[in-house]
Write a protein that binds this ligand. Structure first.
Ligand code: MF3
Ligand code: CO
Ligand code: CO
Length: 255
């Protein structure tokens, strides 16, 4: 394992990349409505990242991924590929944005309701959101990765939902995916000890039904095996001297 610790200068660059990532998510919200295609959302984000931000959409051509963002609708767990299908009233879509600026990555995703969505869909998105924040609140020097996973798993399972095991958070920096792996389940007091200057994502995938997933033949799209809903939120986190800094907060949360 090769966990990188970012210097203050590198941390400043991560802060910029994180803010740009959040800005894309803030920007795209108003376009998420019934009738829009995920291809259109991809095109809007691509154009904004490249032409306004003068940045790079990291997913494009990453290990062969064909688009600039991931759009995961309803029972799609993660890595949904934008396409010509129109979003419909009552759908819920996760939009996952990764931006490279000045050599450093920011990575964040949010759930967006499409039109009026069912209470059960809203509830699952809210549980995934709270699970992510419970994980984030564990982050400080001396804590261990298992503390994060345990906080997330305990909460999600108490709500009678399940945590996907096959995909996890990750170190991030000059590379999109670096060590360590940040599992969203685990035992307290186990795993890598957190050190000031580490940067990683926390991005729990929470299923309404069972935790098991299946990869579609396109090689990217991950879906729930039982066809039930899945929800995910993601932030990029910096370990600070006395806790953490969330690098991908939206404008409304920054103030
Ligand atoms: N953004 C995803 C993550 O949170 C990774 C997407 S890989 C891609 O790690 F190739 F699908 F973009
Ligand atoms: Co990520
Ligand atoms: Co992501």
């Amino acid at each position: 394992m090769n966990v990188t610790v970012k210097t203050p200068d590198e941390q400043a660059k991560m802060r910029v990349a994180g803010r740009l990532t959040a800005d894309v998510l803030d920007m795209i919200g108003e376009y998420v409505k019934p009738g829009v295609t995920t291809d259109e959302l991809d095109a809007i984000c691509h154009e904004y990242i490249v032409n306004e931000q003068k940045a790079i959409p990291a997913p494009l051509n990453y290990r062969g991924f064909p688009k600039s963002i991931c759009t995961s609708v309803n029972h799609v767990v993660c890595h949904g590929i934008p396409g010509p299908k129109r979003l419909g009233n009552g759908d819920v879509v996760n939009i996952d944005i990764t931006v490279i600026k000045d050599g450093f990555h920011g990575d964040s995703s949010r759930m967006f309701p499409v039109g009026k969505v069912a209470p059960a869909s809203q509830r699952l998105a809210a549980i995934a959101h709270e699970a992510m924040w419970l994980g984030i609140r564990q982050v400080r020097p001396g804590a261990r990765l298992g503390d994060i996973g345990h906080a997330i798993q305990t909460y999600a399972e108490a709500q009678h939902t399940s945590i996907v095991r096959e995909y996890c958070g990750h170190g991030i920096g000059r590379q999109f995916h670096e060590d360590p792996q940040v599992l969203h389940y685990g035992r307290p007091g186990t795993g890598v000890e957190l050190v000031q200057g580490m940067t990683f994502t926390i991005e729990p995938m929470v299923n309404a039904g069972k935790r098991h997933v299946r990869l579609k033949p396109d090689g990217w799209t991950v879906v729930t095996k039982d066809g039930r809903l899945s929800a995910q939120w993601e932030h990029t986190i910096l370990v600070t001297a006395d806790g953490h800094e969330v690098l991908t907060l939206g404008a409304a949360e920054r103030s």
